[in-house]
Design a protein around this ligand. Sequence first.
Ligand code: MBD
Ligand code: FE
Length: 283
Amino acid sequence: MANEVATAAASGSAATERFHQDKSPFDAVKDTPKERVDLLAREVLGAIHETIRKHKVTYDEYNALKAWLIQVGAAGEWPLFLDVWVEHVVEDVATAHRHGNKGSIEGPYYVPGAPELGADATIPMRDGESGTPLLWEGSVTSTDGTPLAATVELWHADNDGYYSQFAPGIPEWNLRGTFATGPDGKFRIRTIQPAPYQIPTDGPCGKLIAAAGWHAWRPAHLHVKVSAPGHELLTAQLYFPGDPHNDDDIASAVKPELILSPVAGDDGSAKVDYGFVLDPVQG
Ligand code: MBD
Ligand code: FE
């Protein structure tokens, strides 16, 4: 374990495998009419054709694209590519009708089934887990203010920017937990503050970033999925004030409503209050 290093290919193939492991994503769209598939496929291809004509894309560039796309698949980086550069628009469209909490993208590193904990608990972590301790208190309510017995799933990177199950040498459920609130909707979670996250630079996504002169950073973030009976599932990320990448997240997933306001405790820890408002399911 000690000499294993995190590689793009390893975290990419873990993410790809994980995605296929759940129920088939095709099931939910099996009744999609041909007309819609035709429309979407034609418009996406049309946008590519237009770019080629507009910028006179050459055969050398076309062949490089082909080779690069093959590499994205071989490295298992399709989940990473799509979640970094596409998912944020899908999320915007999917949640535009909501009156409750703003959401954000799920990203490639969610794993269902994290250890179940109570409303007042410490997330699984290693002895001496590095990083600023974070005490997070909040409650879950419906849009009319009613407290909800809810489930808060939390997952995040460690102080080196690595996620358990996607980087080697980290215990399986490290920094992943499922917290159940009581009927008052309240929770109190102890964890550590994650570090900013650099998407793998040694794989094909990293190659695109370098070739385009972009940077590979996401701001430090906590991922959550908050659910309650009769309410829409909220998938969100929470951010920390002052992070240099809050303004230029490579995944375009920061919203001002999702930036926390932690206060420093006298023991070097951070304390934060942040609760969630869920939209009732309509109809
Ligand atoms: C992440 O941790 C993440 O949250 C997203 C959206 C993309 C890559 C890595
Ligand atoms: Fe993340």
